[in-house]
Design a protein around this ligand. Structure first.
Ligand SMILES: [Zn+2]
Ligand SMILES: [Zn+2]
Length: 461
């Protein structure tokens, strides 16, 4: 989950993927439709222009809230300014800035944002899967730029996420997994968010059937791309489902295999542990399929892909956009990337120290160039000052971390993050207490009884 606070220090008049402001940026840019990048857009009073890609402009107004099933962003329809990939857009704030959307290999419409202007060229990746074949084929143009600062998706910048299989390999595993089950078994593909459409496409190609989805999901994808007319259906009479598990689908529960794509280092699908719960899932929590399988599938870059992309772009500075766990994690990340051969910050930067709030709640920014210019490998960390800040030109806190003796004494292996191999990187807590698990099971049984009792036609058990 992105912890980026919206401002790039080189161009503070832009607000990227962040739409809650106490001051007023001149221009807003959205990299893609995922919720951790649209903070503030759910506010129905938001009425500023937003630059985004064409597919994002089509998808966003039709995205629903997963709990309430209400459209979250329909009030933005007139605010979205679609810009094609690779087409530079020039805007004028305090000075002229040019930005270009580039494909990100993350989800439909997702974009890297290349920003050029008098303060240098910077690249913000939003979320991206930097598979080397994709980067070489689609992003070769970056080789001709001198990137001053790379703002990178570091969701999976951890030693236990060093290598992921390619998306193509994930799809092959999915197809072979489905073929290993009798054709009488139904398959639930847990495409709970935008970004897993390759799974659907492979089903239609390999099994000649459409995938059952909700009316809203059908409308959204077919609106964005008419090809989905041949892939998705609102008719539940199919073996494949990515629906909200309607009553017509529920009758197949006991011979349904649910397949959950998750970023992890595995090279084959494996059963989901019943002691873990899937927070990010479209399956109702009381649904009990015959088997739950985890499919290794990542829409984010693995550690080795982050390193590859860093070496491909060769930025002067590197700013991670996903940092979980505060300073310790940032420290680990810096050390890890250095050990992987990334040269971090080869030139002094115009970093600023934390915004200091005085008693009246105003802010002061101080240049830290003199203090950190000797640091050979600084890494930036973005946070924001509190909401009472009214006097700063922009909000981020950008810090350089000086190397310490601690860095060489502590190895990544003993400081690495807890394993999240079956989960999304940002959440999915463990259920560790047996009693909690028993309680959950009994609640599920109760809920199931209620559902069965409420149906006109009893379901064969
Ligand atoms: Zn995303
Ligand atoms: Zn269904």
């Amino acid at each position: 989950m992105s912890t980026f606070h919206g401002r790039i220090k080189e161009y503070p008049t832009l607000s990227i993927d962040h739409f809650i402001t106490t001051d007023t940026p001149k221009h807003y840019i959205l990299s893609h439709v995922h919720k951790d990048h649209t903070r503030g857009l759910e506010n129905i009073n938001f009425n500023q222009s937003i630059y985004c890609t064409e597919q994002t402009a089509l998808l966003l107004p039709l995205l629903e809230n997963r709990s309430t099933k209400q459209l979250m962003y329909k009030h933005l329809k007139q605010c979205l300014i679609p810009i094609p990939y690779h087409q530079p857009m020039t805007i004028t704030a305090d000075a002229t800035i040019k930005f270009t959307f580039l494909p990100a290999n993350h989800c439909p419409g997702a974009a890297l944002i290349l920003v050029e202007g008098k303060n240098g060229t910077v690249l913000y990746t939003g979320d991206m899967r930097a598979e080397p074949d994709f980067v070489k084929a689609e992003l070769d143009c970056l080789q001709s730029y001198r990137i001053k600062n790379l703002y990178m998706d570091t969701t999976c910048c951890y030693p236990d996420k060093r290598n992921f299989i390619s998306k193509t390999q994930s799809i092959n595993i999915l197809v072979n997994l489905i073929k290993s089950y009798p054709v009488t078994h139904h398959m639930y593909l847990d495409c709970w968010t935008v970004g897993y459409e390759e799974m659907w496409i492979s089903i239609t190609e390999n099994f000649g059937q459409k995938i059952h989805v909700s009316q809203q999901r059908y409308n959204m994808f077919c609106h964005a791309n008419s090809l989905f007319d041949d892939i998705l259906t609102t008719d539940p009479k199919t073996r494949f489902h990515s629906c909200h598990w309607d009553q017509e689908c529920y009758i197949h529960e006991e011979y349904t295999i649910s397949i959950h794509p998750k970023p992890n280092k595995n090279t084959k699908a494996f059963p989901h542990s019943p002691l873990r719960r899937l927070l990010n899932s479209d399956l109702p929590w009381d649904c009990e399929p015959l088997q739950r399988m985890i499919l290794p599938f990542s829409t984010h870059s693995s550690l080795s892909e982050i390193v590859f992309f860093h070496k491909f772009v060769k930025p002067s500075e590197f700013t991670p956009c996903v940092v979980r766990g505060g300073w310790k994690s940032l420290d680990q990340m810096r050390l890890l990337l250095s050990q992987e051969g990334c040269t971090l910050d080869t030139s002094p930067s115009l970093d600023v120290e934390p915004v200091l709030h005085d008693q009246q709640g105003s802010c002061q920014l101080r240049s830290s160039m003199d203090q950190h210019s000797s640091n050979p490998s600084s890494i930036n960390y973005l946070s924001s000052c509190n909401s009472s800040c009214t006097t700063t030109p922009y909000a981020p806190i950008i810090l350089s971390i000086p190397p310490t003796q601690d860095h060489v004494l502590v190895t990544p292996s003993i400081r690495q993050q807890p394993s999240l191999s079956e989960s999304e990187p940002d959440n999915e807590p463990f259920i560790t207490k047996e009693n909690t698990y028993k309680l959950l099971k009994s609640m599920k049984r109760l809920q199931k009884k209620r559902r069965l009792g409420s149906k006109n036609n009893p379901i064969p058990l």
